[in-house]
Design a protein around this ligand. Structure first.
Ligand code: SF4
Length: 341
C-alpha cells in the first residue's frame, strides 16, 4: 500500500514537502527519513499502513497533562524519522531504511486507517496518539486516520513530534490534530551536534500553532547533564514563552542508543533546571522521569490551588479535574486553565 502525495517536475527530481529537509529526489531515491521515496515520479510513503506499534497508554505517559487528564489513548506508530538523535529511545523503529523494510516489513500485515480507528474504538477509547517514531514522515497515514477519528463523537487526535514539518504540512494538520507534544531539544548547536536537526523550523511551528489557537501544545525537553546549562534553559524558556508555549515538561535523560556510555541526568541537576525554567514566565512547568515530587502538580495560575496534585498514570488526575476544574475554569477563582479538560 502506498500513498501518492506530490508530482514530478520537469527535471525528473521531485521535492518532498513533508518536513524542513525538503529532500529533492531522483527516480527511485529515498529521503533522509528512509521512508519517503520517488517512485515513478510520485512521492510515496513506503511504510504506509505498516503499523509497528499500537497499544493503550495513560494520556499522561505521552506526556500530555492538559489533554483530558486521567483518560487513556491508543498509541500508534509507523517506522521512520527525519532526525537522527543520538539518544533516541525508539531508534529501532525511528532509524529505518528500505532494506530493513524489505527484510522484515514485507511480512507485516498492513493496517488500514479504518482498521486502526476500529482498534481504538474496540478499546473504548476516544483519543488516538501518533507517536514513538516521528509522524511527520508518515503524516499521510496519520491524517487519513485522524479524519476518521474526528468523525467519532468526542474523538481526539494527538501527535508527538519533533515539530519540523513544513508550514504547508502544518496547515493540513491543524484541521485534524487537537494536541501536539513537541520535543524541543536545545539551541541550534545542540540540534546539529546531537540530532541532525534544526531549532528554527521547530520554533516557527510552535509560533504558528499558538497563533492558530485551535490545538493544545505542550513542549518536552530531555535534559542532558553536561550539555544543557542553566543559562541555555533560561534562554530556551524565553524563546518558548515568546512562541506562546504554556506547558513545558523537562525530563531526565537516561542512557540510550548511541549515548549509552553517558550518565543519567541527576535529580539534583533536573531540579535546578526546573527552578530556572519556572522563572521563564511559562505558567505550567512539569518534571519527567523523576522520582521526586517536585513540579508534578497542575496549579491554578490565578489563585494557586493545586487543581491536579499529581499526574500519576492511574486515573487520579481525572478524578481531581472533576473536583477542581469545570468547563475549563478553576472552580475556586474562575481562571481559565489552558488545555482540554
Ligand atoms: S519527510 Fe523529510 S526527510 Fe523524509 S523525504 Fe520528506 S523531506 Fe526528506
Amino acid at each position: 500500500m502506498t500513498a501518492e502525495t506530490s508530482s514530478a517536475g520537469t527535471t525528473g527530481k521531485i521535492h518532498c514537502e513533508f518536513c524542513f529537509h525538503r529532500c529533492r529526489l531522483g527516480e527511485g531515491k529515498i529521503g533522509i527519513c528512509g521512508v519517503r521515496k520517488n517512485l515513478n515520479g510520485k512521492m510515496i510513503t513506503t511504510v504506509y499502513g505498516q503499523v509497528v506499534s499500537a497499544g493503550v497508554d495513560p494520556i499522561e505517559k505521552k506526556p500530555f497533562y492538559h489533554v483530558r487528564p486521567g483518560t487513556s489513548t491508543l498509541s500508534a506508530a509507523l517506522p521512520g524519522c527525519n532526525f537522527q538523535c543520538l539518544f533516541c529511545q525508539n531508534h529501532a523503529i525511528s532509524q529505518y531504511n528500505e532494506s530493513q523494510y524489505a527484510l522484515s516489513g514485507s511480512n507485516t500485515p498492513l493496517t488500514s486507517p479504518q482498521k486502526l480507528m476500529e482498534l481504538m474504538l474496540g478499546h473504548n477509547l476516544e483519543i488516538m496518539t501518533y507517536t514513538y517514531s516521528d509522524p511527520v514522515v508518515w503524516q499521510d497515514y496519520m491524517l487519513d486516520t485522524a479524519k476518521l477519528v474526528k468523525e467519532k463523537e468526542n474523538g481526539l487526535n494527538c501527535m508527538i513530534t519533533n515539530g519540523s514539518m513544513t508550514h504547508q504540512s502544518l496547515i493540513g494538520m491543524l484541521d485534524y490534530i487537537d494536541a501536539f507534544n513537541i520535543d524541543v531539544k536545545g539551541n541550534e548547536e545542540f540540534y546539529r551536534k546531537f540530532c541532525k536537526g534544526s531549532f528554527i523550523p521547530v520554533l516557527n511551528n510552535l509560533e504558528r500553532i499558538s497563533a492558530d489557537g485551535r490545538a493544545v501544545v505542550e513542549v518536552t525537553t530531555l535534559v542532558l547533564e553536561g550539555e544543557h546549562t542553566l543559562d541555555e534553559i533560561y534562554w530556551l524558556g524565553s524563546r518558548l514563552r515568546g512562541a506562546g508555549v504554556k506547558v513545558w515538561h523537562l525530563s531526565r535523560f537516561f542512557p540510550a542508543y548511541k549515548m549509552r556510555e553517558r550518565q543519567a541526568t541527576s535529580e539534583t541537576f533536573l531540579n535546578a533546571m526546573l527552578q530556572t525554567a519556572s522563572e521563564s514566565g511559562i505558567p505550567f512547568i512539569y518534571s519527567g522521569n523523576s522520582q521526586e515530587q517536585l513540579f508534578t502538580a497542575t496549579v491554578c495560575p490565578g489563585c494557586g490551588t493545586a487543581l491536579i496534585p499529581t499526574h500519576s498514570y492511574g486515573g487520579e488526575a481525572g478524578i481531581s479535574v472533576n473536583k477542581y476544574i469545570r468547563d475549563g475554569k478553576c472552580l475556586q477563582c474562575g481562571e481559565h486553565i489552558y488545555g482540554l479538560f
